[in-house]
Write a protein of this length. Sequence first.
Lengths: 113, 113
Amino acid sequence: AQSVTQPDIHITVSEGASLELRCNYSYGATPYLFWYVQSPGQGLQLLLKYFSGDTLVQGIKGFEAEFKRSQSSFNLRKPSVHWSDAAEYFCASGGTSYGKLTFGQGTILTVHP
Amino acid sequence: EPEVTQTPSHQVTQMGQEVILRCVPISNHLYFYWYRQILGQKVEFLVSFYNNEISEKSEIFDDQFSVERPDGSNFTLKIRSTKLEDSAMYFCASLGTQIYEQYFGPGTRLTVT
């Protein structure tokens, strides 16, 4: 069965600092990988996805993620965090492009001014 | 930009009562999903629906749950006899085949007392 682990429940960074949110997946084949963001009272918004090809993927809002098969990881990065990035971030995996998603437990990001 | 909508945003019900959670997916999407998130826990897959039938369901989705697409635009989740442990945020999602991304609604918070 698939599983996704986000080791960090809560991360605090200063505005302008770089950010890396960790995600590890467990799946036999190459999974479909996603990062979603959820602001309070909002639904889950897709930041980026990896299906195949280039292992460094660019997303919206200046985010990127790198798929590393050897480490079973798909970490999310942003070079300079803005206060508006404060939210909860979810990593998810799927076995197909249209199948169910398996989510990690989420990482809450707090941004200090 | 098209979006998935859900009603109501918050539903309070008594244990043993039936509830229907409603979703309006994006109009040209073909795949539909329900997920839930119990407070403090991961987002969990409940069921997926395609071509007017359930394509996959989790072990959570027992006989107390049902889904329906009654009129070609709405997608509903019915819980026949609610339990305290059904209290959660329920998310609807839809996916089109132009872009294989699940778009999530803002969720319905269900509170069972």
